[in-house]
Design a protein around this ligand. Structure first.
Ligand SMILES: [Mn+2]
Length: 414
């Protein structure tokens, strides 16, 4: 009993998985309960994956969420109606000595210790996948997968069964973050906050955008992040109005703002944080005016975020705040200079999947990121923070990074 318990709380040893095996098996049970008549087949990323790919291997997030398995060329079958021992099966490639020379020891389908190492009730060779799907369908009516191109292949295995999309079922689980997930999100946030603070000490006229991007990445990698959550956006002056600018080649100049939309990913969980700062360490009157507007809109949207509210409504709140606070250039309402939605879910994906029908719920983690972009003035301001939806409101997870205009000036003094 004690040995069994001990095993069950050991984290999966491969990759950078951070949770106990039981956390993943609980998630798999939830999928089985949500789709009791289904055989759910999920695929890891990686058929054809080459380790020398520039971007490196990144596990398919739904597969990772339900397995913690961080290796390519795997699959799983979940079948709540199947006999004990076949309700959750992980399929792994067979042993490959050549591959192990390059990539280190692997867990293979058929290894005697594969169950203990993966936390699955059964681990089989990948070659058995089709046969096991057919066998599982004797106990269930429908075949499910997360539609990503594999549905056609499954249709051929079981031509008489309908193949249904399990994406929404897994999405609904992923929307509510567990305490463990919140811990990993906070780790990514804390490392990214440190990166932003480092950039504030560094920024000055004459510096290149890539120098700032490099130091920010160095900061969060040194604090344990494994990847960029997304390509760093370091945009000075005219580049501050380009929403997904990430060339980062320009030299910043006196009198400009610097928009920093930069964050790291730790243990598969992403942060997403934006600040806009004055390159000189001191705002011009116009920069400060626009900054205060964006901050006001952000505060209004944060105040509006709570269970029961539709996330899309938060963009309306921000736009309404802008519109009732005077006019922008060309006598247009300020709201016309907000060019994007101001919120998305975040977790294993920077833009986590969502259910468009569902209002915000306790346990959701979302961004709040209003901005105003005035191309004619080469002035873009965005402020992006992450909040956790609580029972009756929200908690600011990125609060360690100041947002007030005056506080940013104080922190930039060096
Ligand atoms: Mn974002």
């Amino acid at each position: 009993m004690i040995v069994g318990m001990l095993k069950s709380v050991l984290p999966i040893f491969l990759g950078i998985c951070a949770f106990a095996q039981t956390d993943y098996s609980t998630r798999r049970e939830r999928v089985q309960k949500a789709l009791p008549d289904g055989v759910v087949v999920l695929f890891a990323l990686g058929v054809g994956f080459e380790p020398q790919d520039r971007s490196g291997f990144f596990q398919e997030p739904n597969f990772y969420y339900l397995s913690g398995w961080n290796e390519p060329n795997a699959a799983m079958v979940l079948c709540g109606a199947c006999p004990e021992g076949e309700r959750e099966v992980l399929f792994l490639p067979k042993r490959n000595a050549r591959k192990e020379i390059f990539e280190g020891p692997m867990v293979a389908g058929g290894d005697p210790d594969a169950k203990a190492k993966t936390g699955f009730a059964a681990v089989m060779r990948y070659e058995r996948l089709e046969a096991q799907i057919a066998r599982s369908l004797e106990y269930a009516t429908d075949l499910y997968t997360v539609f990503d191109g594999h549905e056609a292949q499954l249709g051929k295995i079981a031509p008489l069964r309908s193949v249904k999309d399990a994406r929404l079922t897994v999405t609904q689980l992923r929307l509510k973050k567990s305490a463990g997930e919140l811990g990993l999100l906070q780790k990514a946030i804390d490392a990214s906050v440190a990166a932003h603070l480092a950039s504030w000490r560094q920024a000055k006229p004459g510096l290149y955008e890539y120098e700032v991007a490099a130091d920010m990445q160095q900061t969060y990698f040194a604090l344990g992040c494994q990847r960029n959550a997304y390509p760093p956006i370091v945009g000075s002056g005219p580049n501050s109005v380009i929403l997904h600018y990430n060339t980062n080649r320009r030299r910043m100049d006196s009198g400009e703002v610097l928009l920093l939309d930069v964050a790291g990913e730790c243990s598969m969980y992403s942060a997403d944080i934006t600040r806009t700062i004055p390159v000189d360490g001191k705002w011009s009157a116009r920069q400060r005016e626009v900054y205060e507007l964006v901050l006001g809109a952000q505060n209004a949207a944060i105040a509006a975020a709570k269970p029961g509210v539709m996330r899309s409504e938060l963009t309306n709140v921000a736009r309404a705040y802008f519109n009732k606070n005077g006019k922008g250039p060309e006598d247009k309402p300020w709201g016309d200079y907000l060019l994007h939605n101001i919120s998305h879910h975040i977790g294993l994906d920077v833009h986590d999947p969502f259910d468009p029908e569902l209002p915000l719920e306790e346990g959701n983690v979302i961004t709040i990121e209003p901005g105003l972009y005035i191309a004619s003035e080469k002035l873009g301001v965005r402020i992006e923070d992450m909040i956790l939806i609580t029972k009756d409101g929200s908690k600011l997870l990125t609060g360690a990074l100041p947002r007030e205009a005056g506080e940013i000036e104080r922190r930039m003094k060096h």
